[in-house]
Ligand binder design. Structure first.
Ligand code: ATP
Ligand code: MG
Length: 326
């Protein structure tokens, strides 16, 4: 079976790390059809559109998309792309690696963030010169869709349950609904859950991240808390992410275009390659995904490493070492 993969490198180091991820995928005996498309500042300067129609269509029909990064035009690119795959959950693992400096080297958890509503649903109004408001949207359906994904996620990995981070003691209606809907689905699936208030979670994760494995949260909380966790594991160059929809998904490194080092061939390819590992697992190639992760892990430990990790290797040298380690 052929898997069509949309490849959208975008701007800056997206142009350098995305081909690295593709070359890792190419080293497996899997029938991929890679189709490259433009998005971002460069194509906007040329054509006036940061996300050309054909790129959107490609992401909306391909089995999966590998995205790099977009510069100034990021919001005009990534938000529609997430919509193209109808992504309802953002999966963000935060994991420290041996050989890489981290504030909390024992960190190893995954955020499952609601990706469609909450305070990011765009309902803001300016009511007067003095007053602006925001409507926070929480539905049973989106909360349950996320919870169902979370139940399958922990079951597939042999875990007992997940943690729900919320603020239902204050936002009783919206986060109350979120918490109750998630609990109901977990109950039906026989999955254990525990709850933590999101502010307390911020403290707990700094003091002892090992308390958490899988954390399910509303949109804004997931955004902020996963960035906090990123700080604990050290290095934007190591963090992958997935935007999962019902029929397709988009994978991207958490980092941006890194304009300070773009074009030099020295960007760390690990986040993009780990995103490719998530793509493999999404398509059912669990063994291959695991192999990629172990290869990245061994190269992070022994080198060659890129400059952000204290080494001197180029993107290509580190990528080649990872492919050799597969
Ligand atoms: P953008 O607006 O596109 O997000 P930015 O200036 O915020 O750009 P980021 O890509 O978010 O840049 O990166 C922040 C810092 O981390 C930069 O100094 C960048 O060089 C570094 N960095 C990010 N990703 C990598 C990577 N893959 N390899 C090496 N350094 C990286
Ligand atoms: Mg940035």
């Amino acid at each position: 079976m052929t898997h069509q993969i949309a490849v959208i490198p975008g701007d800056g180091i997206g142009q350098e790390v995305t081909p690295a991820a593709v070359s890792v995928l190419e080293s497996f005996d899997i029938d991929f059809e890679f189709v490259e498309a433009d998005a971002g500042d460069a194509v906007e300067a040329e054509t006036g559109a940061a996300l050309p129609e054909e790129t959107y269509e490609l992401a909306a029909t391909a089995d999966a998309t590998l995205f790099g990064a977009a510069g100034e035009s990021a919001a005009d690119v990534i938000l529609p792309l997430r919509e193209a795959v109808d992504s309802f959950v953002n999966v963000r693992p935060a994991r420290a690696y041996p050989g890489v400096d981290a504030l909390r080297p024992e960190t190893d958890l995954v955020f499952l963030r609601e990706n469609t509503e909450g305070v990011y649903s765009g309902h803001e109004s300016r009511l007067s010169d003095d007053l602006s408001t925001l409507t926070r949207v929480v539905t049973d359906s989106a909360s349950k869709r996320l919870a169902t994904f979370a139940c399958d996620y922990v079951s597939d990995r042999g875990l007992e349950g997940f943690t729900v981070a919320h603020k239902a003691n204050v936002m009783r209606e919206t986060d109350g609904r979120f918490r109750d809907a998630v609990a109901e689905v977990a109950d039906e699936h026989g999955v254990e859950t525990d709850e933590v208030l999101m502010d307390a979670f911020a403290t707990h994760i700094c003091l002892d991240p090992t308390q958490f494995d899988v954390v399910v949260c509303p949109n804004l909380a997931g955004d902020v808390l996963s960035d906090l966790a990123a700080g604990l594991v050290g290095g934007l160059g190591l963090l992958p992410s997935a935007n999962i929809g019902p029929d397709r998904a988009l994978f991207e490194p958490v980092h941006g275009t890194a304009p300070d080092i773009a074009g030099e061939g020295i960007a760390n390819p690990a986040a993009a390659i780990l995103s490719a590992a998530m793509l493999l697992e999404y398509l059912g190639y669990d063994e291959e995904g695991k192999t990629v992760r172990s290869a990245v892990e061994s190269v992070l430990e022994t080198g060659p490493r890129t400059g952000d990790l204290g080494g001197e290797a180029s993107t290509d040298e580190m990528t080649t070492a990872i492919i050799d380690a597969l």
